[in-house]
Design a binder for this molecule. Structure first.
Ligand code: ZN
Length: 169
């Protein structure tokens, strides 16, 4: 790491070569990463930040103790509402609401079965019993189709996200 000079102990001041697995000094003190700000200033500037479209944590990669050769895995930040009102459409909301949609689908199908039973018994006992015994089949088929539909949309979104991440590299 050319932008990191060393890992310095906050207690005794001993210095070590910065390494991910080394976080504590021999004396027990915590090691603090020291950066070579002169070297960092060669790679970033106010202008480079203004041009950088990355709004994730990797925007500040130059200030993180990460090897130059390490990849930048995407880390999604922001909650449901941040994504809902994300006007740049760089993150996708469907994945986060898929769980909710699926629960709604289960409840809706269960209610449809219940409605079917009530309607059946009103029309006569045999029809009610038939609805009770067999009504779960269309409900289950409905849940399966909702699941398949949601999974299809998620796979499309995942593909789009992966493509975008590849382009950003
Ligand atoms: Zn120490």
């Amino acid at each position: 790491m050319t932008h990191v000079t060393c890992a310095r102990c906050v207690v005794c001041g001993a210095t070590y070569e910065a390494a991910p697995e080394l976080t504590v000094c021999a004396c027990g003190g915590v090691l603090e990463i020291e950066y070579d700000y002169a070297a960092i200033a060669q790679t970033v500037s106010r202008e480079s930040f203004a041009r950088n479209p990355d709004r994730g944590m990797w925007r500040y990669r130059a200030f993180l103790p990460v090897e130059e050769s390490s990849p930048s895995p995407p880390l999604r930040v922001g909650g449901f509402f941040a994504k809902l009102f994300d006007l740049s459409f760089t993150s996708f909301i469907t994945v986060s609401i898929a769980k909710v949609l699926f629960v709604i689908a289960i409840v809706a199908n269960a209610l449809a079965w219940l409605f079917f039973i009530v309607w059946g018994f009103r029309a006569g006992a045999p029809l009610g019993i038939l609805a009770l015994l067999l009504g779960w089949i269309p409900a289950l088929v409905g849940i399966v189709f909702s699941r398949v539909g949601i999974e299809y949309f998620i796979s499309v979104i995942r593909t789009a996200e992966n493509t975008r991440d590849l382009l950003n590299k």
